[in-house]
Design a protein around this ligand. Structure first.
Ligand SMILES: Nc1nc2c(ncn2[C@@H]2O[C@H](COP(=O)(O)OP(=O)(O)OP(=O)(O)O)[C@@H](O)[C@H]2O)c(=O)[nH]1
Length: 377
């Protein structure tokens, strides 16, 4: 799971690292302000975050501030009682609604649940076709009608069909645009009412899909949908395609809604549950040296290795082992050894057979199994 979010935040992490290329234990407020803006956290929120922090900020202090922005985190709603569990998906055209519906359906299927789709974006023929294509691809039933027909009727039929067949989940697509905004609001409200008639309590979740590449500019659009119908939570798509991942902080804070999932690619499996802790830590990993590794002294006798004396193969292996960040950090400090007199070192620990990257004070930054380096060396 961790790897998936990391992949989704790759561009955001790169944006942060363009401002702060070397990881550290503390960061100054000004620099922090720059990197948060670079990651598309909204200006007002950046001010608010920075104001609450001291002049130099430690990882744990920033963690506490950032995590509190996600206090509207998602409760895990377990479908309970009567089937089906009905989800209504709303959002503007192009936000990734159709793809996200397919991803959700795929997720439920992989959990052993049955799913039925409702194509209630009857405004555009292409929307119906696109959802039908996905339904076929992931092999789930779909209820649809002709373009221009009543979308509420589709929602009603979808729920009834699922009730009759004892299907676990119904996911209903809706239009992202109609002739006017008022029409859209009326249509969505009507669909909600009709879902409630088909099944008490439905729709169980009204989910807004936001295009992650829009960053903060998606907030006003989200507020408009929130006013139309009472949205329960958000899914942010296309996180992989943007350096604006920091906008998730502003989105969560401004809308006071949980983020259920994030989309990190175009394939059906590229939808991952949003975990605020993992999100904050991935951002912090781009800035700070990992906290739990702080101040762990090296144990045993360490035999230092000269980076420049490694063979090409060992170097390549080391680079793969330490990951780019670790290797770059090591090389950078190693090269500057003579000028600064302080260097991060690579050591082979004779007692534990570990390879250790040591800070200038002798504490361990990272440790790896020695055999991993030697096997290919
Ligand atoms: N990279 C990436 N692309 C995505 C993601 N989610 C959706 N897309 C792409 O975004 C484009 C728009 O997605 P759709 O699902 O067609 O959007 P929509 O909101 O249903 O659009 P309409 O059908 O026009 O309402 C498609 O090319 C998708 O493949 C994601 O998480 N990552």
């Amino acid at each position: 799971m961790f790897g998936f979010l990391k992949k989704g935040l790759k561009k955001t992490v790169e944006a942060i690292q363009s401002t702060t290329p070397v990881k550290r234990e503390k960061i100054g407020r000004d620099e922090l302000e720059d990197l948060l803006l670079e990651a598309d956290v909204s200006y007002d929120l950046v001010e608010k975050i920075v104001e609450s922090l001291p002049e130099t900020v430690k990882r744990i202090q920033l963690y506490n501030t950032l995590i509190s922005l996600f206090m509207y985190s998602a409760e895990k709603i377990e479908p309970h009682g009567e089937k089906p569990f009905v989800e209504l998906i709303v959002g503007v055209n192009g936000a990734g609604k159709t793809t996200t519906i397919a991803k959700l359906a795929q997720r439920y299927k992989s959990e052993g649940k049955t799913v039925l789709l409702g194509a209630a974006d009857t405004f555009r023929a292409a929307a119906i076709e696109q959802l039908k294509t996905w339904a076929e691809k992931i092999d789930v039933p779909i209820v649809y009608t002709k373009q221009g027909h009543d979308p509420s009727a589709v929602a009603y039929d979808a729920i009834n069909s699922a009730k009759a067949k004892q299907i676990d989940h119904v996911i209903i697509d809706t239009a992202g645009r109609l002739h006017t905004q008022t029409n859209l609001a009326e249509e969505l409200k009507k669909i909600v009412r009709v879902c409630g008639k088909a099944m008490e309590g439905a729709p169980h979740r009204k989910i807004l899909i936001l295009d992650g590449t829009q960053g903060n500019s998606a907030i006003n659009q989200a507020k408009a949908f929130k006013e139309m119908i009472d949205i329960d939570g958000i899914i942010i798509t296309k996180l992989d395609g943007t350096a604006k991942g920091g906008a998730l902080f502003s989105i969560a804070e401004e809308l006071k809604l949980p983020i259920y999932y994030v989309g990190v690619g175009e394939k059906a499996e590229d939808l991952i549950p949003f975990d605020p802790k993992e999100f904050v830590n991935t951002i912090l990993d781009a800035i700070f040296i990992e906290e739990e590794e702080n101040a762990v002294p090296s144990s045993g006798k360490t035999h230092h290795v000269d980076l420049h004396s490694l063979t090409e193969a060992q170097r390549a292996r080391l680079e793969a082992l330490l990951d780019k960040d670790g290797y770059n950090l090591l090389s950078k400090h190693f090269v500057s050894e003579r000028s600064s007199g302080e260097t991060y070192r690579l050591g082979i620990n004779e007692n534990s057979d570990r390879i250790e990257v040591l800070r200038p004070d002798g504490t361990v930054l990272k440790a790896y199994k020695a055999e991993d380096l030697e096997s290919n060396g």
